[in-house]
Design a protein around this ligand. Sequence first.
Ligand code: C2E
Ligand code: MG
Ligand code: MG
Length: 821
Amino acid sequence: MSNRQNHATPLRVLLIEDVEDDAQLLVDHLESEGLALDWRRIDTERDVIAGLQESWDIVVSDFSMPNLSGTRALEIVRQHDPDIPFIFVSATIGEEIAVKAMKSGAQDYIMKDNLARLLPAIERELRDAHVRRERRHAEQILRKLSLAVRQTTDSVFITDASGCIEYVNPAFEELTGYTADEIKGRTSAVFSSGRHDAVFFQQLWRTITRGDLFKGTLINRRKNGELFFEEKVITPLKDADGRITHFVSTGRDVTARVRAEEANTRLVSILEATPDLVAIFGQEGLLRYLNQAGRRLLGINAGEEVSARYMHDLVVEGSARQRMSQALSAVREHGVWHGETVLRIAEEKELPVSQVVLAHRNTDGAIEYLSTIMRDISERKHYEAQLQYQSTHDRLTDLPNRFYLMDRLTSALEYAKRHGEYVAVLFLDLNNFKRINDNLGHSAGDSLLRQVAQRLKSCFRSNDTVARHGGDEFTVVASAIKNSEDVLVLLQKLHAVFERPVVINAQNIYITLSIGIALYPHDGDQIEELLHHADIAMYRAKSSGPNQYRFYASDMNARSHELLALESDLRLALEHEQFLLYYQPQLDLRSDRIIGIEGLIRWQHPVRGLISPADFVPLLENSGMIIPVGEWVLRQACSAHRTLREAGFDNFRVSINVSAAQFNDDYLFERVNRILQDEQMPQQMLELEITENILMKDPVSAAEVLRAINALGVRVAIDDFGTGYSSLAYLKRFPLDVLKIDQTFVSDLANDPSDAAIVEASISLAHKLDLEVIAEGVETAKQLRFMRTHNCDMAQGYYFSQPLPWPELVNLYKENNMDRN
Ligand code: C2E
Ligand code: MG
Ligand code: MG
């Protein structure tokens, strides 16, 4: 009632009273006692019902009224609110009725002539009502709480302070299998699984009896003996004095989750223990997980983050990356890919692996992540390579066997077809092997074959293949042959290496060979055909005595004899002054004046007459004679130039051709320099012509030589441009002055539009690179017109003049100069 004593808040009183004066009397009395009132008087059932829509602190009612009985009024009020205090104030009420009224729920009755009791009664009843309301409220909450406990899916039980179970909810019954009746009065010891030791429970008990919360996961036993994992919270309940009266345990079965976690941990530990690389990565290719073996292989520390690495980065660059892209798209389509690839492991090493990639999808079928397993197959690869080697090589000599030779021949032919080169197939047979084998024994024979194999190999380039065909027969595939004459060089080399004896058991043994040669494309363009023809040629060689060679094509035999004869004559040519230098004028297309002459060598053979350089320059090159002969050419050209200079004509250049052997000669620079001085030749008047192939062979040292020549002031021209594999863009790196467009392009101008396009493009590009352009082999007026329209600087060819002997050239030159003067 204490809150009612607040005067600011008047007491709300509903008065049920038919006599207005009586009501007023009552109000006056209470107000005179110091109570502030907010009241209303009513006296019908309808008004009571309506009045109760508002809230009242207390109802004070007459007992007998004409329109409404007090009992009925009480009944209505109680229906509406069981707690609101109801006091009868009546004049007529007798003892008996008063008792009845109290029984039916009135709190008190007061006689109208004894109003002094009213205020204490009101105060008391308000107090009681307050308590009643509180209690009812508490009961409601309790009802809700116990409902919640009953209905929750968590298992709940409540024990007394000693741990005896007083209450369990249905979820508990379901979880443990015990009914409430069975379990009440017992302790939680009945759930014990034996999986926790006594100390565990002592600590638990200590925690909760101290008044603290226990949280933990226990392994418990159901009534049927089954074990389960229970995630449990035990809360001590305390009374007002802080004494623990009860414990509430809530629990949840987490067996499934624990089992899943255990399974997961097991799987992860398997992944971490496997020697295979296992990785998980996202759709975008970024790594999400890499196992220990993977980290070890790739050299990634245990703690290091991998999420910034791409799957692609793991494999080596090039084809392996391409394969990875293909694998990923295959996986997206089919869900799985397996194959072999190469992993880029720590320290820049490579590891061949077999790989499986899997796509993992979510329930909607969309790919969530990809996984891969890679297994080291280096050992297998090693054995495969060994096996491969054994199946392709001869065990005795370590040379390729004939099966492998077929492979090599196939690719040599393919290459030669594309590049317009020759391939030579040589069949070699040891003439005296059988005798050696019979006389000295097999191991001597073996040793001989091994030594022969070594010597054979030394004659050929690494791209060529020397194979053992079987027994004492060997086969050679020599590729990248530009001229058929180059084969002669090979034959000479072979001859030379076997001039020395082979030493077996301290005995000198001289080896002689029968050699048969077939040339692609001359003698066939199929493997079997070429091998067969080389074989036939070998038998022909054999039948004509020991140490002979035969070409399959008879014209080659004739030609090779001729060439060999020529070669011996050539050795004397320089000494006997049989070389001549012819000169061909080069015309400036703007002034039509001769501004240069090219020196071209000729050989005046005493029997065969004038021989053109195509027939002997290669022989000079192969024999090394080109160096002294080249020097002769240079000196000849410079002294010729000097005679014209001394006659007053100094407005032209002389160019000479320099071969690869000369260009790579260490003394080239010195020779040129000496001759320039001897002949007092202005450096810029001399031009050296080299072919682009010379540059391409060893661009680094070529650039060095060119820079030295350039520093000397001598000009350099690229001869036969367009026949090699270089490009103008590439030539840009070298200090060059002139580009000579090869005559094959010039001669075909009219017939082949692509040649016209090449020439046109070459001229304009060369000009952009500050190179002068000269067209070689101009034979017709039409070709000349083309060159003029396309701004070619110079031309050279039969249209103006053939290469001429010096006196004739001088006449032509003077004529040309006089015309202008
Ligand atoms: P090259 O330096 O490209 O010389 C041009 C060749 O084309 C010359 O052949 C020349 O006579 C020929 N020629 C010139 N105008 C025409 C024409 O209008 N139509 C046709 N069909 N041909 C024409 P040659 O004199 O037989 O020389 C052949 C090659 O021999 C030269 O080609 C050059 O590479 C080499 N050579 C010539 N003299 C020497 C030399 O002294 N030393 C070296 N190392 N090689 C030389
Ligand atoms: Mg030339
Ligand atoms: Mg040329």
